[in-house]
Design a protein around this ligand. Structure first.
Ligand SMILES: Cc1ncc(Cc2csc(CCOP(=O)(O)OP(=O)(O)O)c2C)c(N)n1
Ligand SMILES: [Mg+2]
Length: 570
């Protein structure tokens, strides 16, 4: 009797993994649990990297940062209901930052959810996800997995990137189908984020604005960093001769030490410029909505805005020349048009900016060299600055208030996408997920500069960092409290409710508990030594840098966003 070949079968578990791998997705950031634990095991068995965290919010932050770094959607996988909800913060943050990620959550069967019959971790997750993401899909049948994953990838990366939710009821994973049929059902996405070129008229309009400008400026946003058109952006900046102002996560597309970098003369260029090219940068709260005294007289400048989303135009201020398209295509179109128009670089203006920037940098340099005891932010950041200048390949992760604001303006970045921070929302707790993703996706050394309060949002993930032996050096700026230590209650007195932080918390001992290197650094020399050893060894390290609790300002540079009470002042 001829042996009949055993029928090859596949199932939802394996089709989902095959669909992700077919589209070049090799990593899953997750917290295992019912009903997705086996999905993670099978993914590992099929050669995927499955990085398991202690909390889904940080797995989600890692997935979103992976999206920012790779232009492919980072994948976060969670259990139902509470695990899903923990992931939604990261999904919403990804959508706000325009970073591509896919949150895949196990869920309950529809017939139980729709009759609210009280399933294990029951929730109508698809409905809950919709307000916080770009697109949300549910998979009911294994044969739809190919097209669903394709749609999720395309939704995440096409146009303005963002978060996508994919709901997978547990039973669907167990559905079987013929192996060959299964293979045929898979879809490899073709050109998921097509280049979008601006119209000729829009380019001509922008060039006309630049022709009349005496003091033009380019503001480069994280959307430009995401686009990975680094060479074209550099060419546009250098051929046009314009000063450029990099937003926080756009630092490094051109090095902060570039002669046209206006970061150290930010107030001058925002106030005095008469034409501003916004390149992948939204005119939102981070730029005071384009209004107020920092922008000079109302109506004193014309905006050219490069954005992939036409609806971003006029969101806050009138845009004289909208350029709709991806950053690379728009920058190239401007280079070609400027060349044919022969517009001369604004030399006097650039000299004026340079003079101001140089003077400001000299003033700052003097502040960085101090041995105040206790150590202050300036001295500690002077050490961080040196370390990154010495190893420009290091990826800097940064969060906090003073720790964030001062690090952003003091520590130079020399390479694109080598600074990852709190993004558009200013979210605390992004640090450890970002550090894991940066290390996993790039293989590079990561230096995470954390406020002590910010670290508190994600500190348990140091166990994840140690478990995977990732090259991450965490420096906690420990001023014993949120914002500026806790002057009013510092030392706490007797009432524990008013003592926000323990004086001299020993975060370094936490790291030792998980097999990492822990150091308590109380002055710049100890900090320098500890960082040097960590970056040389690549070992997971946590340096607890003691910072003067009286240093810094409440809420760093954004205290003015706080509402004030008239009654309280009465
Ligand atoms: C999820 C979330 N919850 C609260 C907040 C509000 C906040 C902004 S900055 C910050 C902590 C600042 O203290 P830290 O010690 O990190 O830094 P430093 O000034 O150097 O002492 C908080 C709590 C935000 N942004 N996100
Ligand atoms: Mg603090």
């Amino acid at each position: 009797r001829a042996e009949t070949a055993p029928e090859t079968l596949t199932d939802g578990f394996h089709l989902l993994i095959d669909a992700l791998k077919l589209n070049g997705i090799e990593t899953i950031y997750n917290v295992p649990g019912i009903p997705i634990t086996d999905l993670g095991r099978y993914a590992q068995a099929q050669g995927m990297r499955v990085i398991s965290f202690r909390h889904e919010q940080h797995a989600g932050y890692a997935a979103s940062v992976a999206g920012f770094l790779t232009k492919m959607p980072g994948v976060c996988m969670t259990v139902s209901a509470p695990g899903f909800l923990n992931g939604v913060t990261a999904l919403a943050n990804a959508t706000t930052n325009c970073w591509p990620m896919i949150l895949i959550s196990g869920s309950s069967e529809r017939e139980i959810v729709d009759l609210a019959q009280g399933d294990y971790e029951e929730m109508d997750q698809l409905a809950m996800a919709r307000p916080f993401c770009k697109a949300a899909y549910r998979l009911n049948y294994a044969q739809d997995i190919g097209i669903a994953v394709a749609r999720a990838i395309r939704s995440a990366v096409s146009g303005r990137p963002g978060g996508v939710y994919l709901d997978i009821p547990g039973a669907m994973l167990g559905q079987i189908m013929d192996g060959e049929e299964g293979k045929k059902s898979l879809v490899k996405v073709i050109d998921p984020a097509p280049r979008q070129t601006p119209s000729k008229e829009s380019v001509a309009r922008a060039v006309n604005v630049l022709k009349e400008a005496k003091r033009p400026l380019i503001v480069i946003g994280k959307g430009a960093a995401y686009d990975q058109s680094d060479d074209v952006i550099k060419e546009l900046v250098e051929k046009s001769g314009l000063p450029f102002l990099p937003m926080s996560m756009a630092k490094g597309i051109l090095p902060d030490t570039h002669p046209q970098c206006a970061a150290a003369a930010r107030s001058l260029v925002l106030k005095e410029s008469d034409a501003v090219i916004m390149m992948g940068a939204r005119i939102n709260w981070l730029l005071s909505h384009g209004k107020g005294m920092q922008w000079g007289e109302p109506g004193s400048k014309k905006f050219i805005q490069i954005d992939i989303d036409p609806e971003e135009m006029d969101s806050n201020v009138e845009i004289a020349a909208p350029l709709v398209g991806d950053v690379g295509s728009c920058a190239q179109a401007l280079i070609d048009a400027l060349e044919s128009e022969g517009i001369a670089p604004p030399k006097d203006w650039l000299d004026q900016v340079n003079t101001k920037a140089t003077a400001n940098m000299e003033k700052m340099a003097n502040k960085l060299q101090n041995n105040n005891d206790p150590m202050d932010y300036f001295a500690a950041l002077g050490v961080i600055k040196e370390a990154v200048n010495k190893r420009p390949e290091t990826i800097l992760v940064n969060e906090g208030a003073n720790t964030l604001d001062m690090c952003r303006s003091i520590v130079n970045i020399h390479k694109p996408r080598h600074r990852i921070d709190v993004g558009t929302w200013g979210v605390m707790g992004i640090g450890m997920g970002a550090a894991v993703a940066a290390a996993v996706e790039t293989g590079k050394q990561v230096l995470a500069v954390e406020g002590d309060s910010a670290f508190g949002f994600c500190g348990m993930e140091i166990e994840t960092i140690c478990r995977y032996k990732l090259p991450v050096c965490i420096v906690i700026f420990n001023n014993n409290g949120i914002y500026r230590g806790d002057g009013e209650n510092w030392g706490g007195g007797d009432d524990p409710a008013t003592t926000v932080f323990v004086e001299d918390s020993r975060y370094d001992m936490m790291m030792e508990a998980f097999g990492g290197v822990g150091v308590w650094a109380k002055n710049p020399d100890e900090l320098r030594q500890a960082i040097e050893e960590a970056l040389a060894s690549g070992k997971p390290t946590l340096i607890n840098a003691a910072i003067d609790p009286a240093a810094g300002k409440e809420s760093g540079n954004i205290g003015n966003l706080n509402p004030s009470s008239v009654v309280a002042q009465a």
